[in-house]
Design a protein around this ligand. Structure first.
Ligand code: GLU
Length: 296
């Protein structure tokens, strides 16, 4: 038992923002949803800063996240977790997948991809155009030689990976059991050219390492769960339950984006708006003019 009175097998939820910009109302809604989910079940809420992007992640955004959460009166349990302190564990897992011959180097640049998509037309996946598998078809000897000279990412050979796994089921609290369909995202990058690890690999490993029992996050990440479920099977990780909440939309019907500073929580906070009131309004689905909740 800890000071809050939970026991280890209780609900453990996380809020996992990326400090590459200022948080907006959509993040506040996500944080309140995760916080309430945990607290209503007498569970823990962990705070994990997803700062694997060494270029876009900035300490000032971490500071702003902490100030925003305090302003919204959302507290968390234990020490703050930083993904940038866990790079060794991601590299180890990637190595394991390489040993299983499930990763292949990809040399395609953005313009190579654009050219293929122009010629063949992109197959659209939930994350954008699906990778056409160009480098999967390279002769292994040739790929090895190029690898020593050219910048490359590492992609998961999803078809091959699926041959090593059985039925991949995961449970969504809103819509029930789901059969994972990782092919819908194509051969995702697990080690980008310019980053130590991709979101998909880091988040899957960390949710297991942090003992997350319930992943509460936006429905925009629903499709990613298919890939995460596959990675769980390949790396022998436990399978948490999932709750994908609807995301907030702007006037144009698009998901709120981090790019508009004017719409940030930091601006509202500095204007002297009461964060607790704002959190309570979000909980009742009362949003500022022009902001709506997506249908799914
Ligand atoms: N770090 C991700 C983001 O800020 C969220 C990760 C997750 O909830 O799985 O969008």
């Amino acid at each position: 038992m800890t000071s809050r009175g939970y026991v280890s097998q209780d609900v453990v939820v996380r809020f996992a923002p990326s400090p590459n910009g200022l948080l907006h109302l959509g993040h506040a809604y996500a944080a309140c949803t995760a916080y309430d989910y945990a607290r209503e079940r007498n569970g823990k809420l962990l705070l994990r800063i997803e700062d694997i992007d060494g270029v876009r992640s900035k300490p000032e955004f971490v500071e702003a996240i902490l100030a925003d959460l305090r302003w919204l009166r959302l507290d968390w349990d234990g020490a703050i977790i930083f993904q940038s302190e866990r790079l060794d564990s991601y590299a180890k897992a990637a190595e394991r997948l390489k040993q299983l011959d499930l990763l292949y180097p990809c040399f395609c640049s953005r313009s190579d991809m654009r050219a293929v998509h122009k010629k063949e037309g992109p197959r659209e996946g939930p994350d954008g155009p699906i990778y056409p598998g160009t480098c999967r078809k390279l002769d292994p000897g040739q790929a090895d030689a190029r690898r020593k000279l050219e910048p490359h990412s590492w992609r998961l050979d999803v078809k091959k990976a699926l041959q090593l796994t059985d039925d991949l089921i995961w449970h969504d609290e809103k819509i029930g059991d789901q059969q994972a369909d990782p092919a819908a995202l194509g051969d995702v990058v697990l080690i980008p050219k310019d980053m130590p690890v991709s979101y998909h690999l880091a988040v899957t490993l960390d949710d297991a390492r942090d003992g997350i029992t319930h992943i509460v996050r936006g429905a925009d990440l629903f499709a990613s769960t298919h890939i995460h479920r596959l990675l769980q099977a390949l790396l022998d990780l436990p399978v948490p339950r999932y709750f994908h909440h609807p995301v907030l939309l702007d006037q144009t019907g698009n998901k709120l984006a981090k790019s508009r500073e004017s719409a940030s929580l930091a601006v509202l906070r500095k204007k002297g708006i009461d964060g607790n009131d704002l959190a309570n309004r979000l909980r009742k689905n009362i949003f500022p003019v022009g902001i709506t909740l997506a249908k799914d």
